[in-house]
Write a protein that binds this ligand. Structure first.
Ligand SMILES: *Cc1c(COP(=O)(O)O)cnc(C)c1O
Length: 471
């Protein structure tokens, strides 16, 4: 592609992106596509000859766009948000154009030094004390895997990587029933094994780990010859926003010499607001914390902030230094690839830098406070409607509810979610609470307004009444 054509299509892509964003409210949130519909429009064999950009771009609009679910839609209330604030999209254009591999300091000093600085800004923004060092990982799953590898190596006196697990005592890791599946996968991949992930029962309205039961489990395991390695706690669990008592768990971790990792992938962003920090009291005693600026905060995916109290432990677990990766004569520089499982790294700090500077912490706090207030108001309105009940009270901007209809409650609520999503004006997902289906609502999209929360109320009530009539 020559220079002029590159410019022409880059400008066209940027223009398309801006027009697309402006059109979102007119599009159905969830793709209204059936399985195979997109694949059928794609040729079986790869093209032998190059095609014109006009044709490729036209097919993008005709084939691809109708099969997209619009995560930047202001009425996206499903899962958790994956916000890409426009300013972070602009930064990503630049990163994509430069396309640097930022694995070592010398492969792009600016990427490394900017990453160190903006992660320290984030550390201050969420109220962590000095001493925590941050690194950007591609996902919370990777950060949790890294943390589990550190807890494994520390427990095995640093010989797991060399001697392997078969040469060592059987490890144990503790978490609640409310943690994300990325914890299970970290346990699988690290070789610890699901049978050694002990699920401590939860109690109370926040569905936090029963800390008495946690300590009993650790002692019982130790007495039985197992080697307890660490605890994984959560602040803002995926299903209903469960929060563990971090301070109490940290005390137990300390008493038994265990590594404590906290998964706050979604809720961590809200900690830029001082008033929400009572969801994780004692967080300063954790060894490792992950939160995703690519969820609520607005940094285009992927951007996961991983903070550790001891960067040395992380590097000791993950660093490999073959000759071709050594940075001679520059002692003391950070090579962030030694802090993560993958070697190659995108320049992810730039979008955070743009985001934090353009919106400022005050701008981001205002957005989060609005989302929380609007979700709480919506929860109250729904609870006051006949035949609706709240299943879990709002944790920040997440709550779950159920509609009482005819017949089996689970099938009725699944039918309601499906009807809502087929309608397309809003997008919601469901979960299981105490083994019964509940519908989740979270407010978090960057461009959402209070009118969008009101629209959600109208659609939910209207669709529930419609189902009742059809039944
Ligand atoms: C979203 C989420 C994850 C997974 O995040 P990825 O970055 O997609 O790996 C893990 N834990 C919690 C609590 C989450 O909300």
């Amino acid at each position: 592609m020559d220079e002029g054509t590159f410019l022409e299509w880059s400008l066209k892509a940027a223009e398309w992106g801006a027009t697309y964003r402006a059109s979102l409210r007119d599009r159905p949130v969830r793709a209204q596509t059936s399985p195979g519909e997109i694949a059928r429009q794609l040729p079986d064999a790869p093209p032998q000859n190059g095609e014109a950009m006009e044709t490729i771009f036209a097919d993008f609009e005709k084939i691809v766009v109708p099969g997209m679910t619009h995560w930047q839609h202001p009425r996206f209330f499903a899962y958790f948000p994956a916000n890409a604030a426009p300013v972070s999209v602009v930064a990503e254009y630049l990163v994509t154009a430069m396309a640097a591999q930022c694995m070592l300091w010398q492969t792009s000093p600016a990427a490394t030094e900017l990453e160190t600085r903006v992660l320290d800004w984030l550390r201050q923004a969420i109220g962590l004390p000095e001493g925590f060092a941050g690194v950007i990982q591609d996902s919370a799953s990777s950060a949790t895997l890294s943390a589990v590898l550190v807890m494994r190596e520390k427990a095995l006196a640093w010989n797991g990587n060399t001697a392997g697990l078969a040469a060592n005592p059987q490890l144990r890791v503790y978490c609640s029933s409310q943690v994300h599946t990325s914890i299970d996968r970290a346990i699988w991949v690290s070789g610890i094994g699901e049978d050694n992930l002990k699920r401590v029962p939860v109690s109370g309205p926040m569905r936090g780990m029963d800390v008495g039961a946690l300590e009993k489990a650790i002692i019982a395991d130790r007495d039985a010859g197992y080697l307890p390695a660490g605890i994984i706690a959560c602040t803002g669990g995926t299903s209903t926003g469960a929060c563990d008592d971090i301070g109490a768990i940290a005390e137990i971790a300390q008493r038994h010499g265990l590594y404590l990792h906290v998964d706050a992938a979604w809720a961590g962003a809200a900690m830029i607001c001082e008033e929400f920090r009572d969801l994780w009291p004692g967080i300063e005693k954790a060894d490792s914390i992950v939160f995703n600026p690519h969820k609520w905060l607005g940094a285009q995916f992927d951007c996961s902030a991983h903070f550790v109290r001891s960067a040395e432990d992380l590097v000791r677990t993950l660093a490999i230094q073959p000759e071709y990766l050594k940075t001679h004569g520059k002692n003391g520089v950070i090579n962030y690839s030694e802090w993560t499982v993958p070697l190659g790294r995108r320049f992810r700090a730039l979008k955070l830098w743009f985001l934090l500077r353009f919106h400022g912490l005050d701008g981001l706090k205002a957005m989060i406070r609005n989302h929380v207030a609007w979700a709480q108001k919506l929860a109250k309105r729904l609870a006051a409607e006949p035949d609706f009940e709240l299943v879990t009270e709002p944790v920040l901007s997440l709550f779950s509810f159920r509609h009482r209809g005819g017949g089996d409650a689970d099938s009725h609520n699944i039918a309601l979610v499906n009807a809502i999503n087929d309608d397309g004006r809003i997008y919601l997902t469901q979960t299981r609470v105490d083994d019964r289906i509940a519908i989740r609502f979270q407010a978090g999209q960057f461009d959402m307004t209070e009118a969008d929360a009101d629209a959600a109320f109208e659609v939910i009530v209207e669709m529930a009444r419609g189902l009742g009539r059809r039944a």
